[in-house]
Design a protein. Sequence first.
Length: 280
Amino acid sequence: MIQPTIAKKEVTLHILRSFGIHMSKKLGQNFLINEQIVRGIVQAADIISGEAVLEIGPGIGTLTQGLAEAGASVTAVEIDRHLLDVLAKTLAGYDNVRVVHGDILRLDIAREMKTEGYKVVANLPYYITTPIIMGLLEQRLPLKLLVTMVQKEVAERMVACPGSKEYGALSVAVQYYTEPQIMFMVPPSSFIPPPAVDSAVIRCTVRNQPPVSVYNENLFFRVVKAAFSQRRKTLLNALKTMGRPADEIKACLLKADIDGRRRGETLGLSEFAAIANTLE
């Protein structure tokens, strides 16, 4: 071991005091102080020595340290400039870690990750979880796996099945690009300060091909968005928000063999694909 284990309450508090760090609510900063959770995340990522890992929001280096000691070649992207000096200290001696200052939503990830088949491992800020995950997937980066800690309710939405109250546009999108699986739950006591919500670690294995064939992905996701935009509305009425004539929508649903009186949350990926392909 090169440095003291950061994922201990006393070590984390010492680091925060030494650098005069005040947790930023704006950046969703809650620092992990549970060694077992760090080990669980690293194990869920199936780290092989030398493989490339992109970490988002390393904070003071808690998870970064676990990844580095597992042998990963880590590129850690941190938006908070004040934490760069901290990371230089806490990760000193780990020659398999590179810290990049930047906003993951604006960063040229392809330029930073010049390799195929890398993994994303992160404890994501909860206020911006969905834009980060969807941004990574929509770019079609050469990812193999995403292992992220997210708010429990978000994780449940990502794995939800048609007909459940958690099922929505996020469920469809995540399941279109990946095979998601909740690995374990994380209680608020695992952080300082403790968040007001439970967390979960979710593993998303990126698909080589989507599970359904669509002619136009943009149209497919427009259909999905419209179907869930007003959950109380029938599918026929919800799809009218796409700007298509009612007769066209009705004919499309008839051709796709889907009852327009159904609601969007009852449709699976294949049915959304059927609607989009018929419209196309």
